[in-house]
Design a protein around this ligand. Structure first.
Ligand SMILES: *Cc1c(COP(=O)(O)O)cnc(C)c1O
Length: 390
């Protein structure tokens, strides 16, 4: 039997009854858009994450887009984000005519480095690329927002990031597409992903920690005014009347069927987060003895949901060797992410040079991911470790 990278089949066998019942209810009700399950899900997930409000939407990308639109981000604005992330994080910034300003990552957590964020903000404020590498831009940019990404399921350094952002008057938009369910201890309380910043965003793409069976996403906020803006932007800038459009918006709604699926999956989600901890702990034990591997590490007080189990090899050549060994052993692998965003052709207009983001570039050359999901057995993990050691 081949080893899956992510095992959605075993998960389905646990939730099938409730998923099918939920879908049948939607089919019989005919409320395919904005049905009662969407509102129920929003309430349930807001409560789970510890925020006042949630707004279901069509994807993680739309969630980020709606957040930027609700905060009024547009041309002339600088939005700071890490280059070591999925395309969407910076794409929405550029689509709205704002300018992504990349800030390099911390070499241990792979998340945006708060100290470099501060330097980059100062560089934009002074319009001086000698202070920090800046994108090519016309006219002076206004620092407007930062989008920290909780990469691979580990929360970014919010205590530091929120303090830098507050000092410079920036909005914070949490990109928690990979981190739904992750936690950190903060001031004596446990804080969950999607509870940081003015607006937090997540994705329910099937392979994410909480995935549906299609596309889906959600925004979270504590601010009632932002809630109204997000709800309006989600449906073509709708006003209080359905046929009154008070601003530009998008077709950003979450399907009722996907909401019903997510309601069923939430019943087992906390158990799955625990199972992921066990799988990660077993990997740590099995792989500790293999020389030259840098395993994922969570800072004290953090709980990662391991959207990916990502390992660093010693060099690009070493990674190539390891990937070949794993392929021979029938173990599927992936590289998240082989090219940091500042060097992607889509952002060529920003004219970033090779070497501008050294940590992201080094990590992109050495990182790879092995199978990770709640249903990985000790036997299969041993087989994967054997393949890696091979
Ligand atoms: C997956 C992902 C997104 C986009 O989510 P979609 O639902 O695929 O649109 C955004 N940011 C990060 C970091 C992601 O991993």
């Amino acid at each position: 039997m081949s080893i899956p990278f992510i095992d959605l089949k075993t998960q389905y066998s646990r939730v099938a009854g409730n998923v099918e019942q939920g879908l049948r209810a939607v089919l019989e009700s005919g409320a395919f858009i904005n049905g009662p399950d969407v509102v129920r899900l929003e309430k349930r997930l807001a409560e789970y994450c510890g925020t006042r409000y949630a707004v279901g939407c069509a994807s993680g990308t739309d969630a980020l887009m709606m957040a930027l639109m609700a905060l009024g981000v547009g041309p002339g604005d600088a939005v700071f984000c890490p280059p070591f992330t999925f395309m969407a994080t910076a794409e929405v910034v550029a689509l709205l005519g704002a300018t992504p300003v990349f800030v390099d990552i911390d070499s241990k957590t792979y998340n945006i480095d708060p100290a470099q964020l501060e330097t980059a903000i100062r560089a934009v404020e002074a319009d001086d690329a000698k202070l920090y590498p800046l994108p090519k831009h016309a006219g002076k940019l206004t620092p407007k927002a930062v989008i920290p990404v909780d990469l691979f399921g580990l929360l970014a350094d919010y205590p530091e990031l929120l303090s830098v952002a507050a000092k410079h008057g920036l909005y914070v938009i949490e990109d928690a597409a990979q981190a739904f369910g992750a936690t950190m201890e903060l001031g004596g309380t446990t804080r969950r992903a999607c509870s940081f910043g003015q607006i937090a965003c997540t994705s329910f793409f099937p392979a994410k920690p909480l995935g549906c069976y299609g596309d889906g996403g959600m925004c979270f906020t504590d601010d009632e005014k932002l809630l109204e803006l997000l709800q309006s932007v989600r449906v073509h800038g709708q006003g209080t009347d359905k046929y009154q459009n008070v601003r530009l918006g998008i077709t950003g709604r979450l399907d009722t069927m996907q909401a019903a699926i997510l309601m069923a999956k939430m019943d087992i989600f906390e158990d799955e987060v625990l199972l992921r901890q066990g799988v990660a702990a077993r990997y740590a034990e099995l792989l500790a003895a293999i020389p030259g591997l840098t395993l994922p590490s969570a800072p004290a007080g953090h709980l990662s949901v391991y959207a990916q189990y990502s390992i660093q090899a010693e060099s690009t050549a070493h990674r190539t060797q390891l990937l070949e060994k794993l392929a021979k052993a029938g173990v599927p692998t992936s590289i998240y992410y082989p090219v940091p965003l500042h060097l992607q052709p889509a952002y060529a207009n920003l004219a970033y040079a090779v070497g501008a983001m050294p940590v992201s570039e080094a990590v992109a050359g050495r990182i790879f991911s092995i199978p990770m999901h709640p249903y990985l057995t000790a036997e299969v993990q041993a087989e994967i470790a054997k393949g890696l050691a091979g």
